[in-house]
Design a protein around this ligand. Structure first.
Ligand SMILES: Nc1nc2c(ncn2[C@@H]2O[C@H](COP(=O)(O)OP(=O)(O)OP(=O)(O)O)[C@@H](O)[C@H]2O)c(=O)[nH]1
Ligand SMILES: [Mg+2]
Ligand SMILES: [Zn+2]
Length: 365
């Protein structure tokens, strides 16, 4: 991808440091983190003249919305949106191994004197929460959305086929990122298979996770989804083609996002949404639509810790003979005994084994 340069601005060379690769943003050299900054970081930040929130990315330019939009009722938020690039010196309060910028981030930025609709990001504020995964391309933590209270994991009951394996990864990621999980089963107009029905009652009744059953065709469940997203920032996450963008459009009653049919041959979505984008819900609350992710590798978790995130195992693992126990092969394992007696859902245990194995493989990379 071509890297374009602008003319020198003030003393620093402005450089395009972020490029987009398959819906994911990677950073190039040229950004200095606060820890590396030789000069006084506070002085550096004084160059900024506004605080804003990243609401999207377009052609490798970050869209930053002024903080005032969040202060009260707004009618035309776009007039307060600035197209920002990253400068040669940018600081961050976030760990080095994760995405430098993400939709939902709060940033300090400086408006360009000759064009205040454009600006330069100077500093990224500490993220309170983040939904993240391990990026196998980047070999680092990909922050899908930052400062979100809720992750709405959208799954289709069919087309594409519902995957419990993916949902179980989603739930671990929510807990790792300090985000409340909500499950949306979309496309219920297509009929619900018995195994999907079983999964619904498992996650709702046994794990106590909030759930909405929706259809963008009949409108069923949309009102309860809207209510659930009030007065907080929610992010829609799910595989391509499950209907995330169709749900955004239905929640707003207008076509904000492009929607495209799934491939008939492969029963998969076509990666219609390519960038995360934040929208203000009517009334209160924000909603971030994201590109579909087929793979969802977990980050910042070791295989040995995985069981702690499978809360249906909680009553059993203190009774395992060995401590620590991985619940994969050890004798007298209470978790495996509970699977055999049917007290632990066998599908959950299968997910556990698969995720465990992938974490071991990741650690050995
Ligand atoms: N039958 C049915 N089809 C739906 C429903 N919601 C969405 N669809 C269809 O599912 C297809 C994919 O919808 P999108 O909204 O583009 O899916 P997405 O999750 O945003 O996909 P990506 O942007 O690729 O991640 C489209 O053909 C939609 O019309 C629903 O409730 N019922
Ligand atoms: Mg989409
Ligand atoms: Zn065990």
């Amino acid at each position: 991808m071509a890297q374009f340069r602008r003319k020198p601005h003030r003393k620093s060379i402005l450089r395009q440091d972020a490029v987009r690769v398959g819906g994911e943003v990677i950073e190039q050299q040229g950004v200095v983190r606060s820890t590396q900054l030789k000069k006084d970081p506070i002085k550096h930040r004084q160059k900024a003249d506004a605080i804003g929130r990243i609401v999207g990315i377009a052609s490798a330019v970050w869209l930053v919305e002024e903080e005032s939009v969040y202060a009260g009722v707004h009618t035309e938020p776009l007039t307060l949106t600035h197209e920002c690039i990253t400068g040669g010196v940018m600081t961050t309060d976030n760990p080095e191994d994760e995405s430098l910028l993400a939709v939902g981030d709060w940033v300090d930025f400086a408006r360009l004197p000759d064009d205040p609709s454009r600006g330069v990001i100077i500093h990224v504020h500490k993220r309170s929460t983040r939904l993240f995964r391990y990026s196998p391309v980047e070999h680092r933590v990909h922050v899908i959305a930052a400062n979100v209270e809720r992750a709405v994991f959208v799954h289709a009951v069919t087309q594409p086929r519902f995957s419990r394996r993916l949902l179980d990864r989603h739930l671990v990621a929510a807990e790792l990122g300090d985000v409340e999980p909500v499950i949306v089963f979309n496309k219920i107009d297509l009929g619900i298979l018995p195994e999907v029905e079983n999964a619904m009652s498992f996650y709702r009744d046994q794990l106590g996770i909030r759930m909405c059953l929706t259809s963008t065709i009949t409108g069923e469940g949309i009102e309860s989804l809207r209510l659930l997203m009030r007065s907080a920032t929610s992010v829609f996450v799910g595989a391509s083609g499950v209907g995330k963008s169709a749900l955004v459009n239905t929640c707003f009653g207008i076509n904000l996002q492009a929607v495209r049919s799934i491939s008939k041959k492969y029963q998969r979505g076509r990666h219609t949404t390519t960038n995360a984008r934040l929208f203000h819900l009517p009334g209160s609350g924000q909603l971030i639509d994201t590109p579909g992710l087929r793979e969802f590798a977990l980050a910042r978790i070791e295989a040995e810790q995985l069981a702690l995130y499978f809360h249906d195992f909680d009553p059993y693992y203190p009774h395992c003979k060995y401590m620590p126990c991985t619940h994969t092969h050890e004798p007298d394992c209470a978790v495996r005994a509970a699977v055999e007696s049917g007290e632990i859902d066998v599908e959950r245990y299968e997910s556990y084994l698969l995720i465990f194995e992938s974490l071991v493989n990741q650690e050995n990379l």
